[in-house]
Design a protein around this ligand. Sequence first.
Ligand code: CTP
Length: 460
Amino acid sequence: WMREADVWDGLRSHLNPKLWQLLETAAQAAQERGWQLYLVGGAVRDVLRGMQSPQETEVVLTDIDLVVDGFHQSATVGAGVELATVLQERFAGARLDVHGAFQTAALLWHNDPVFDSLWLDIATARTEFYPYPAANPEVEASSIRQDLYRRDFTINALAIRLTTPRQGKLLDFFGGVLDLQRGWVRVLHANSFIEDPTRIFRAVRFAVRFGFEIEPETERFIRHAIASGVYERSRSLNPRTPALQARLKSELKYLLQASYWPRALRELDRLGALQCLHPQLRLTRELWRRLQLMDRGLRRFENWHHLSHWRMLLEVLLSQVEMGDGEFSRAAVAQQLQLPEETVQRLATLGERCERLQGGLKLARRPSEVVQVLEGEELAGLLLVALGMGRSLRRKVWQYLTEWAHVKPLLNGEDLKQLGYKPGPQFKEMLADIQAGTLDGDFGGSREAAIAFVCDRYPL
Ligand code: CTP
């Protein structure tokens, strides 16, 4: 099934017809200019996986990478932009972005009636060489083989030629097809993780997502990269590291928002890779318990749905490390990862908040006293603190969040006016008393009892 014609037919039959048309148009435009055009990366991997699977289902692609290789035919680094412009004219509705230094053109269709959400990248074949470890790739025009060689794993380093001659030719320089068949995530060379530490997280992502194994030698390279302190270097004051940290954050986001996040974290821990976030971070039973609690809560309670699920899991991870100081404090790590200021602040004040709330809750017996301690606390911060509390205190927080915080007092200001009280400074105190009595069940849920209480306590 690896013959050119078969690959070509496989591609056509597994893609949505509109997408196929898009690729054909791009291929024709490249052909007219004497360039070669390749489909590369995840799209090839996913189509080949689709062809291996017994069901004839359409492979849904939301992200397509094309590479123009025409270096010897005088294609310039602007070739991607030129092809993208042709496609933008032919298929309406796309926004065109050009990534300056790398000369990659991206076409984006967003909620499009034809393409739904589609991201099409067109690059010019290039070698990305790394001037020093953990730096960002720099560009130099080169051929397709080198373009593929700079990629992360063999299963992502496959290409299908879309132009003639040999349309449908599968380029597999590194054994990617075999690795797809045996279910291996394997790097192309020993330095891969040193050059780009985010690949450690990507290896885990692909392994867990596809049910693949990280190939043993690749695992050794991962462990070696971690042991050699690649993440510490990436954190140092190198001016290029913000970009690396941003990519690390997006890999973390990808992992933590996937349904397979528990398996991914276990695998990262097994590899010792959580240390890339913080040297002390281990997936202990306690951390595991907290993550599960947070996950369940976030899924269960609708009024928690505005919290970002992946970010809360990450905050649970980071809240687990000792306060520390300097570059390894929780807040500093969050800042390096360019998490929002809100998260950084929450982690920075976690210790203080923990003490204050625990102390208050220990003394609070009645529901109204619990409400008094917790009222006004921001939800996310409260959740992080609650996860670290013992059962009985945590139960109070839970009850507060799910019940007590939503209790309406049996009487309101309007009711008091009707009873003949004049609005004034005392009103606030009266309402607080009614609220407390309602919460503590003093009125047995009866308005009459509440009225009797007010009249008795505050004679007119
Ligand atoms: N890539 C890489 N190293 C990275 C990130 C990306 O080599 N640190 C390469 C891989 O070859 C990958 C391609 O860039 O196939 C595109 O990256 P991305 O869109 O993140 O991955 P996909 O393989 O398309 O995976 P997905 O299906 O999850 O989008």
